[in-house]
Design a protein around this ligand. Sequence first.
Ligand SMILES: Cc1ncc(COP(=O)(O)O)c(C=O)c1O
Length: 382
Amino acid sequence: MSFDIKTKLRDGLQADHPDVGWDFSRNQDLIELQFGEMQEDISKKIIKAIKNASQKVHIYTDLLQEFTRTISRHKNIPEENLVIVNATDKAFRLLAETFINPGDECLMFPPTYPAIKPSINIFQGNIIELGMQSDFKLPATEEIVKHVSKNTKLIYIANPSTPTGNLVTTRQQIIELLQLNVIVIVDECYFEVAKVSMFDLVAEFPNLVIIRSLSKTYGLAGLRMGYMIAHPELASILRFIEYSLEPVPSVTSLAGAIAAIKDEKHLNRNLKRHKKAKKKLIKGFRKLGLIAYDSDTTSLLVDTQHINVNADEFVNRLRELGVVVKTCHIYGNAQPGWVNFGIPKLEQTSLVIQKVKTLIDNAMILTENGLLKAKTTSNSGF
Ligand SMILES: Cc1ncc(COP(=O)(O)O)c(C=O)c1O
């Protein structure tokens, strides 16, 4: 039957739709650091809770309330402020579903985490990008105000942000932005590492939304669990939209997430080891002549410009040596030498530094042989 499905799509969706999606293909023989995941051990309590929950997959779950209560108790957030979601990605989609009419704008500050863009685009909103300052901080509020119009609906700020790894704004600036008659979204995915939050401001500001995730700091990227914090009025609207159907997270995800939040001892153990590994990695990279920025996230930004190897070459060469990292093109406004490194498990840190040293040594040898004159004149790599 001939049927042009595109004639039935919502306005703005008639263009071609190539398959999209992140490349999550894996190779267990390599040290995979491209997604900034927590590499430390998973708590036995989490595994046990997921196993137990798997006995109950035949019934609809009542664990949503328990997860909400657990977050409330452990994070000291009233239940009325909480909205449980399938990690940050789902929070983005929910916010777009809730707020974006065609032509509405979402303001963001590259380089930054870009995953809100597809949700805005699907609801025919527009992304307005205003670059970070050279110190990776948000532009001054006066500058931001110039880009806020009657169409501006959302301002998205990852704090701390990726790939730069730093806290990009202050409490004072968030308060200034909240006066602008827009919704301000603060992505606190790395809260347990950065230990800075604006969540208490939701009591005063009905237009503030905080997003948190268990993907990185709790090492549960595969469970897809997170939560939003908002003023009770907005939180109830978000819950109404999100929970209109049977609560979204699966019984196994909820059970694992409850166990993770309760197991503070394990979280602290992992965060301590992770911090040690990050410190060692930064020190090791700096010794090798790389610029390695301090980080309040679970990955770090490395600039290879001083060794005259561009990011694509660096990533390809390092993969050949058994370590997978990524360039920073997806984040916008990336420098040619920017590479994003997840933090390896503490025991693997020396090995990763050693692999990077080998990469750099190889580049040097090639140059000394006169094979690669470009090394001293441009960023063209090997
Ligand atoms: C700023 C930021 N927010 C959120 C996430 C994680 O998203 P999710 O919770 O969907 O796994 C990341 C992951 O890289 C991130 O860098």
